[in-house]
Design a protein around this ligand. Structure first.
Ligand SMILES: Nc1nc2c(c(=O)[nH]1)N(C=O)[C@@H](CNc1ccc(C(=O)N[C@@H](CCC(=O)O)C(=O)O)cc1)CN2
Ligand SMILES: Nc1nc2c(ncn2[C@@H]2O[C@H](COP(=O)(O)OP(=O)(O)OP(=O)(O)O)[C@@H](O)[C@H]2O)c(=O)[nH]1
Ligand SMILES: [Mg+2]
Length: 460
């Protein structure tokens, strides 16, 4: 795809760091930068070979020097956008960066929309949609594991996997369409039965890929971890102890926390999104009541719940009710304040918690935190989350398309069982192909199928 306009933007955070980059991409990128850049060598960029670096100055229209710069020249097509790209490396302050950008725009470039360079890389076919999303995920990565998942996706792990599944579908579609178009080549038994197993095997693979969606989301966004319990048991103290910073307000007044306090915690590379919540109790206070509602919502949405109990006082009826509500959920029970005289022990608690893990800590004295971190990590290990090499589904959009592809293949199975004609089967197979393609941002094109038919042997 060819765009007529040339785009430009400051590609680094302005005012942060010693150097800032202005990126220019498009048909006129080289010509525009040549108008504002004077190389020390006196040569123009137009005559310079691609992928070279040039020292010189950016001048304004009166010939006054705006900044001393390095210019990177990258001519199409081997560039980020597949267009001509010129990057001007300026001094990092906001004033030189803005001034150089304005000069570039005055000479014919247009200010880029956000993400527009990456959009061009996509529309020019250098990367697919899953890779576009991977770039966003790299920028927003919470920890090393999140980063590694995103980098895998940028390198095309998911895209390759999808392609492989699409190829398998194409084989099946081709066999069916041959039998529709050339019924005389049909063998005696119904063809559908023949590839029913192939379709089921493929659908199983898609379902395996779908199973990575939950863990993929956790790796990308963090394991949602709600810290809950009665007022004053030390939830905010625990949040602060894990973060090693005084993020949440701690007082000895029950009902201190109202709004949910969120923070990321990195445990051996895995991101956890901690939610410190309001203590759960019956209350007449309007603000606290809303806080308690929010605590309950965060329990509902959490991947794992840390339920805190004050070991220095008797269990309360509301507390026992909450423990019962948490049956069947992923919970780690945390007995806090072990520095005080114990009233509740792990043995007493076990009557309510079944085989869910219990950890004893003192948030105040920072005791037992390693054990708690270990229990949180075990949750990951038990989930089978690995930083492995396999493709993962990492967002809702990809998940929706995959679910639709699976539904289409499920339908194929039903259609075959009902003995429906082969063209009905073909329609659902095409749908499945299209939905898979949507994951990487493509739609089924006739040429793809036609191309396959040219390779397909009629005699077989
Ligand atoms: N200065 C600068 N740093 C940057 C970027 C950039 O655009 N500019 N990137 C931007 O996000 C990232 C690097 N990503 C890039 C991805 C592809 C190509 C590229 O030119 N690809 C060509 C050539 C590949 C080759 O020579 O083998 C291609 O795929 O055809 C460049 C950067 C991070 N660092
Ligand atoms: N002795 C002792 N006191 C603790 C410990 N952890 C917290 N506390 C104290 O318990 C009180 C309540 O602590 P918070 O962290 O505010 O409790 P919370 O559960 O967040 O309370 P709400 O926000 O009101 O629901 C404070 O006075 C803390 O200093 C502990 O391990 N040992
Ligand atoms: Mg609190």
């Amino acid at each position: 795809m060819i765009y007529n306009d040339t785009i430009a933007a400051i590609s680094t955070a302005p005012g942060v760091g010693g150097i800032g980059i202005i990126r220019v991409s498009g048909l006129d990128a080289v010509e525009i930068v040549d108008k504002v850049f004077k190389a020390a060598s006196k040569k123009t960029l137009k005559e310079a070979p691609s992928h070279t670096i040039h020292y010189g100055h950016i001048l304004n229209k009166d010939g006054r020097v705006i900044d001393e710069v390095l210019v990177m020249l990258m001519k199409a097509p081997k560039t980020f956008t597949r267009e001509d790209v010129v990057e001007i490396n300026c001094h990092g302050g906001p004033v030189p960066l803005e001034a150089v950008l304005m000069e570039v725009i005055r000479n014919g470039a247009r200010l880029a929309d956000s993400g527009e360079f990456t959009k061009r890389a996509f529309l020019n076919g250098r990367i697919d949609l899953a890779q576009v999303e991977a770039i966003m995920d790299i920028i927003e990565a919470k920890t090393e594991v999140s980063l590694s998942q995103a980098v895998n996706q940028l390198e095309g792990k998911l895209s390759k996997q999808i392609k492989e599944y699409q190829d398998m579908l194409i084989q099946i579609i081709a066999r069916i369409e041959v039998s529709i178009d050339y019924p005389e080549y049909d063998e005696d038994e119904p063809l559908a039965e023949d590839f029913k197993d192939d379709i089921r095997a493929l659908n199983d693979k898609l379902k395996q890929l779908l199973a990575t969606a939950d863990t993929g989301k956790m790796i990308r966004e963090g394991v949602k971890t709600a810290i809950v319990g009665q007022p004053n048991v030390g939830k905010s103290s625990l949040l602060n102890a894990l973060l090693e910073e005084n993020k949440a307000i701690v007082t000895d007044i029950p009902g201190t926390t109202r709004d949910i306090v969120e923070a990321y915690l990195n445990i051996e590379g895995m991101p956890f999104l901690l939610l410190d919540t309001a203590g759960i109790r019956e209350t007449e206070d309007i603000v606290e009541k809303i806080g308690v509602e929010r605590s309950k919502e965060s329990i509902a949405q959490a991947d794992v719940v840390l339920m805190l109990i004050d070991s220095s006082r008797e269990l309360d009826q509301e507390e026992i009710a909450l423990m019962n509500e948490l049956k069947g959920r992923q919970v780690i029970f945390v007995l806090n304040k072990t520095d005080l005289t114990p009233v509740i022990t792990q043995e007493i608690l076990k009557a309510y918690t079944g085989d869910q893990p219990i950890v004893s800590i003192s948030a105040m004295k920072q005791d037992g935190l390693n054990e708690l971190r270990q229990a949180m990590k075990n949750f990951i290990v038990n989930k089978g989350i690995s930083i492995g090499q396999e493709a993962t589904i990492s967002n809702q959009r990809q998940k929706q398309s995959l679910v639709k592809a699976i539904e289409s293949l499920d339908k194929v199975g039903d259609t075959i069982d009902m003995g429906m004609p082969e063209d009905c089967i073909a329609i659902d197979l095409h749908d499945a192909y299209g939905h898979l393609g949507n994951i990487v941002g493509e739609a089924l094109k006739d040429e793809i199928i036609n191309e396959l038919f040219t390779r397909f042997c009629l005699g077989k």
